[in-house]
Unconditional design. Structure first.
Ligand code: FAD
Ligand code: FAD
Ligand code: FMN
Ligand code: FMN
Ligand code: FES
Ligand code: FES
Lengths: 300, 247, 300, 247
């Protein structure tokens, strides 16, 4: 088998497919299950300073081209989260996603994460459906810069900045986040859905985030644009449901990928399937390592 | 999202109702639907019959079940599914041990395969769908055996090849602890946990890495044995883990 | 049959389904064919001041969830365009889409359109793949305001402003365009696609516009947001391939819809099919006119 | 986008080549592919054989065809399709009237159904795939009848029940004007127009509201009769309409 190991920031990662934040990563049992299923790294659900119940159901809706969700940043809060994870092994393969309203909250959370023994923090600067958080923060370049500088100053964590595609100028935001070790692109698209027989929104929150196959073309464009402009490490996410999708991201510059909604289609087997598919592709196409194809279409 | 017109709605006991509606989908005993009450919420419900359309049987707890109980024949019921893994087919002598509305989930299996039914409830009024040869228990002794359904089961002491258990988790834990090992491989538990998505992506129903909605709701004794949270800890809506309190 | 007529700005329209700009509307023969096939109005391909050849092939690529295109604003230029259309009948059912780099070009084009006997101009403030035009113009609120004011001042045309969803704040742009008679929402999403066996982009221009079923959730959200905030007339477009898609747009506030990529799936029959489907839905759901459902989910 | 490895590549005449490759798709005579030469462009090509994989037969005009002509066995060829409406089946005595590479499109039909073949080219070197009983014309008289293929067809004067015509539009217009009415219903023309999308959405191939790529490329005499642009006007890449000049 051709090696598929990769490197993101200072982290070597054996399998380049990760579990995306928010999908089966609220409970420690599920995080471990994804790691055992072949995820190189698993990112936790986004954790905030306080416990949040999230929105009432329906919080997800499967549509033809993917999925809509408005979970509402449900999370147990940093205290309960860390308590649950105290005894958990493989912390080196868990990235903790955090969200906050300002640099103070973010850096507080990051410090707690570091103290608890984790090495990577993913910043949710991009969730599109909760007021005051996520993309509302991530659309403001100064705030983004500030948050990353704070965390950088106060911790030794690897910082992954997860950006929103719901902006006029993604490059501007990427530049603001350039002190991060890597970009994670993209979070969901702001979207909605309707049931015409009840004449109600598909989600209790009305507006939600759109994920799955339908957003892949937008995610690929984001990765391409940001890689071309910044050359920095990128983790591609959005609409990956098989190995060929992953290859597309690598060719445009992603050093690793994350999978969320794909799990709905393929269940936990998706991690191994993609890992194997990548390896087979490299072999068949006569490449000797994953590195050789990363950014191949941008460099040439 | 699918919808169908309600064909039949019946009151079965105190705050217990069943609703029958046409459905084109196929379902197997043990599977469930996500029932959407637009403007209120979406809740998981076992399919209590899949012979002539679908039927759900529920107790009124809060807003969603209240609204459902007030619906009329001809109204639209919205649902998605069926979801989840069904009960395996029974082998040999079969028992069903149900607590409260847990009977709803077992009903299609009982109708199809027969066997001994043990059913427990807090009180007489909460019993429903009774058949004259069911073994009955009530906490308050208002009907049948006084005590819980596990006590009842053990007191009768019959031996079975296959046992299905569905009810409050505390009751199932009780069964697991006291009778489970004896029957080992052939006991199946149908779990109820807080569910948000119903399709295995939100993690809200997970118990030690098993998703009740997708890996379950039916689990074998061996699977349950891998869950140290079973009957001990549960998750709140935020995902916070807490000790389960007997309700 | 329940009436499905509608009204956009000052225009009464018998059938609420229109042909979207850029699809089968470069030649007068095709424009007429769509009108005969049941389109209430057909919008022309976007016309500029000068002839443009557009990009070289491939200019479109069908993907799983829709289509990518980068036609590159190919058009014969306003002179040749108007010459071809001089003798064409049904001008009252043809909206002319125009693009330019500033208010001068736009108002020049609009005047020519009016002189030639047309009554509606659609402003392409949104095409995502040509430098200096389309969304680059449409992302600048002042420019948008200026363009519309100029056309308003110099013509009596009905003005439809077609906006881009590729912005941080669509409402800001909508407000800038509020002198228009109607908004057209949305144009394509900026996106790209990769062929992993040739390791080339699917489009010669690399970056293109994403249309079809995969963008519907984003289009619905745009219509909902803008209708809720402005209450103005909206023409919904993006991913409509059957009548139920159209109903979703109406429920969120669209007074009419446009169909582009849907023609690839259903051919010209799509117009009649959607018209009939809308009428059947209204009847079955016991509404007595299309008006009753427009914005129903937003008003209540 | 599909791709396949080239199995065979042949030079058939001056600047005329054929490429054969495996394909899983089904195709019918008259249909075409969009052949993608990555980094260069995508061009429409008739399928000149669909018996053993697909075959295309082309003349080198510009960049794309040049690059194709330089490809080797084992190289990948990228394509999408088949697209377009096929030729209807012939009835009775059948003739094929081809100009230049128009023969490529007719070839599968000729092989399948037989009949009389009339083929014209500018000069001997541009003739390809010849069979000993083809009727041949060259503009310069270097082989066969001197003149164009329509002159040849009329000069022979045989009568047919079905006629297929494929070649430069000017030549087809010539046939339409001089012989078309006589055969009326049973003449089919396969058109070549500038094509960008190949799938009926970009309008670049349209002629009086008929899309060559989707409504054609094969049109009946009656359809052609509705096209006042046929043989008279064409579209440039910008979509501008202009008078057709004989090339
Ligand atoms: C797989 C699965 C299958 C299910 N099948 C059935 C079924 O067939 N019939 C049925 O009646 N219910 C069933 N349930 C439970 C059902 O989903 C709840 O009854 C429903 O969510 C209640 O919604 P509500 O809005 O009416 O009440 P809520 O507002 O959600 O609840 C009101 C109060 O009742 C409590 N409560 C809610 N549900 C239960 C319960 N099941 N047991 C004890 N207390 C409860 C809540 O904690 C709360 O305090 C099933 C659940 C799962 C996970
Ligand atoms: C439905 C359809 C089927 C076709 N099937 C075939 C086929 O089987 N074999 C084949 O050889 N071609 C066929 N063509 C034409 C083919 O698409 C062109 O040969 C091709 O686009 C040339 O690309 P290029 O980049 O090599 O040349 P370009 O750079 O596009 O052209 C170079 C020069 O040649 C001229 N030219 C290009 N094509 C032709 C032509 N067909 N006749 C006369 N002059 C031309 C151009 O106008 C230009 O001046 C078909 C076209 C259509 C629409
Ligand atoms: C149900 C659900 C919950 C999500 N929750 C989060 C979250 O808490 N934090 C976050 O950064 N992204 C969250 N996301 C976004 C995903 O991590 C991912 O960026 C997005 O879904 C696109 O990838 P996909 O198409 O593979 O799902 C969530 C997505 C889904 C579908
Ligand atoms: C091939 C193609 C060409 C297009 N050209 C234009 C154009 O010239 N001007 C314009 O305003 N929109 C153009 N569009 C965008 C469409 O009008 C429409 O906004 C978009 O495709 C979304 O609708 P759909 O999903 O129904 O196709 C084009 C779209 C496609 C697919
Ligand atoms: S309810 Fe979401 S994973 Fe089970
Ligand atoms: S080539 Fe685009 S419509 Fe025919």
């Amino acid at each position: 088998m051709v090696s598929i190991s990769t490197r993101v920031g200072k982290r070597k990662i054996e399998e380049p497919v990760m579990l995306a934040s928010g999908i089966l990563d609220e409970t420690s049992g599920s995080i471990l299950r994804s790691l055992e299923s072949g995820a190189g790294i698993s990112v936790t659900k986004s954790i905030g300073t306080e416990e949040r119940k999230g929105y009432s159901t329906p919080i997800v809706s499967v549509i033809k081209t993917g999925m809509l969700n408005a979970v509402g940043l449900a999370n147990p809060g940093i205290d309960a989260f860390l308590e649950e994870f105290t005894e958990v092994e493989k912390k080196d393969r868990i990235a903790v996603s955090i969200f906050g309203k300002d640099s103070e909250e973010f850096s507080y959370l990051a410090k707690r994460v570091e103290e608890a023994g984790f090495g990577i923090v993913e910043l949710n600067l991009s969730c599109p459906h909760v007021q005051g958080f996520g993309s509302e923060v991530g659309q403001d370049p100064e705030l983004v810069e500030d948050i990353i500088a704070e965390i950088r100053g106060k911790t030794n964590l690897q910082i992954w900045a997860k950006l929103t595609p719901n902006v006029t100028d993604l490059i501007e935001i990427a530049r603001a986040a350039e002190k991060a070790d890597a970009y994670v692109l993209i979070n969901t698209l702001k979207a909605t859905g309707v049931d015409i027989y009840s004449r109600n929104f598909l989600l209790s929150n009305k507006i939600g985030g759109y994920s799955g196959p339908g957003i892949k073309p937008v995610a690929l464009r984001a990765v391409y644009d940001v890689f071309r402009e910044t050359g920095k490490d990128i983790i591609g996410v959005g609409g990956i449901s098989d190995w060929s999708d992953a290859i597309e991201f690598f060719l445009l510059g992603a050093k690793a990928v994350q999978v969320g909604t794909g799990i709905y289609y393929e269940d936990y087997a998706i991690f191994r399937k993609i890992n194997e598919g990548i390896s087979n592709y490299l072999e068949q196409e006569k490449f000797s390592s994953l590195d050789e194809i990363i950014g191949l279409m941008v460099r040439k | 999202m699918n919808f169908s017109e309600i064909k039949e709605i019946n009151s079965l006991g105190r705050n217990i109702f069943s609703i029958r509606f046409n459905a084109l989908e196929e379902a197997m005993p043990g599977q469930f639907l996500m029932i959407w009450v637009p403007g209120i919420k979406e809740v998981p419900m076992s399919i209590s019959s899949m012979d002539n359309g679908f039927e759900i049987t529920f107790k009124v707890y809060g807003e969603a079940t209240k609204k459902l109980s007030e619906m009329n024949v001809g109204d639209r019921i919205f649902y998605r599914g069926p979801y989840g893994k069904p009960y395996p087919e029974p082998v040999g002598k079969t028992a069903y041990v149900a607590g409260g509305t847990g009977l709803a989930s077992l009903k299609p299996l009982i109708n199809k395969h027969g066997g001994d039914v043990y059913i427990g409830a807090r009180t007489k009024d909460e019993l429903f769908l009774l058949d004259s040869n069911f073994h009955i228990s009530t906490d308050d002794g208002s009907m049948g055996f006084q005590g819980n359904v596990v006590d009842l089961f053990l007191s009768i002491g019959k031996v079975y090849d296959t046992i299905y258990v569905c009810g409050p988790e505390i009751m199932m834990k009780n069964f697991y602890d006291r009778a489970g090992r004896k029957y080992g491989k052939n006991v199946y538990f149908s779990l109820e946990r807080l569910m948000k998505c119903g399709i295995g992506i939100c993690d809200s129903c997970s118990i030690n890495g098993f998703r009740v909605c997708r890996d379950g709701p039916v689990f074998s004794y061996d699977e349950i044995s891998m869950m140290d949270e079973f009957g001990v800890k549960r998750r709140t809506e935020s995902g916070k883990i807490e000790l389960m309190i007997k309700r």
